[in-house]
Design a protein around this ligand. Structure first.
Ligand code: NAP
Length: 260
């Protein structure tokens, strides 16, 4: 069980996903203060948790503060909570496109020792299977964020210049992966499987492929091991590539990346 106290400001899609991932990862719901402008519907492990409307009250007892409001609201929300932060608190802002420097500039009146970190998570954080890129104002702040967010999945420290690429690959990429999954289900149904069985099989196949890469296998080496010479698998891969598969994936992900 983790002992740090967390506050989550903005409990929409991303804030509630991160809060859910923290609880699944061992943070007690009693150690979470949730605040939102409205009355969000919370996902399963958070059902029953109170959501307040007073951001300052929520952060006043927290060692780690996650701010997950829309980017255009981030500056006002940070200014509002700044005086209420605890000295030495870790402040993590996940608003896309908002730099560490901009977050720091908004924290007028914050007490000393507050560490400011920018983070780019994705929604699988809710299941502890997310990716979160973090960039800290200082290496010590980044190290604190790596520790604080560890229950959410793969946490990587990266320079802010790479955040647009991370946003495309991990933030948007999850939808691209789901589109691939859905296409596989369509193929399965066309070949006679029921849709739910096709989805279960293909999702587990994608999970297995991801696990092989996570275990250190190079994707191309693994493909070579699966493809029997002159066999059916390589025939299918040739068909995919003849239809522009790799090019379409690269183009699709780059289209999600500002400036690429
Ligand atoms: N969604 C993703 O996959 C994703 C991925 C990476 C990063 N992000 C970042 O995460 C942030 C949140 O995105 P989202 O998709 O979770 O948006 P969202 O679903 O709209 O959630 C934002 C929440 O903040 C609440 N809120 C608005 N004003 C507030 C205030 N002054 N104080 C406290 N809460 C307030 C909203 O309440 P009302 O709805 O009642 O206004 C809403 O519940 C964005 O900055 C986005 O760039 C999102």
């Amino acid at each position: 069980m983790r002992t740090s106290r967390y506050a989550v400001i903005g409990c929409g899609n991303m804030g509630s996903a991160m809060a859910a991932g923290l609880v699944r990862g061992g943070v007690s719901p009693d150690a979470l203060s949730l605040a939102d402008a409205g009355t969000p519907v919370l996902p399963e492990p958070l059902v029953g948790c109170a959501v307040g409307h007073d951001n300052a009250a929520a952060v006043s007892s927290a060692d780690t503060v996650l701010v997950a409001v829309k980017p255009y609201l981030a500056e006002a929300v940070l200014s509002g909570i700044a005086p209420a932060l605890r000295p030495g608190a870790l402040l993590i802002n996940v608003a896309a496109g908002v730099t560490v420097e901009q977050s720091r500039a908004a924290l007028v009146g914050a007490p000393g020792g507050v560490d400011v970190v920018r983070a780019m998570p994705n929604l699988a954080a809710a299941l502890g299977e997310g990716t979160v890129a973090v960039a800290g104002e200082t290496p010590a702040g980044a190290a604190r964020a790596l520790e604080a967010l560890a229950p959410l999945g793969l946490i990587a420290e990266l320079p802010e210049t790479l955040f647009p690429a991370v946003s495309a690959l991990s933030g948007c990429g999850i939808a691209h992966a789901l589109r691939f999954l859905r296409a596989g289900v369509t193929a399965g149904v066309a070949m006679g499987l029921r849709a739910d069985m096709a989805a279960a099989l293909f999702a587990q196949t994608m999970r297995g492929a991801a696990a092989m890469v996570a275990a250190g296998e190079h994707p191309e080496a693994a493909i070579d091991r699966v493809c029997t010479p002159a066999g059916l698998t390589v025939r299918g891969i040739c068909e995919l590539e003849a239809n522009g598969f790799t090019g379409a994936v690269v183009k699709g992900l780059r289209a999600c990346c500002i400036g690429r």
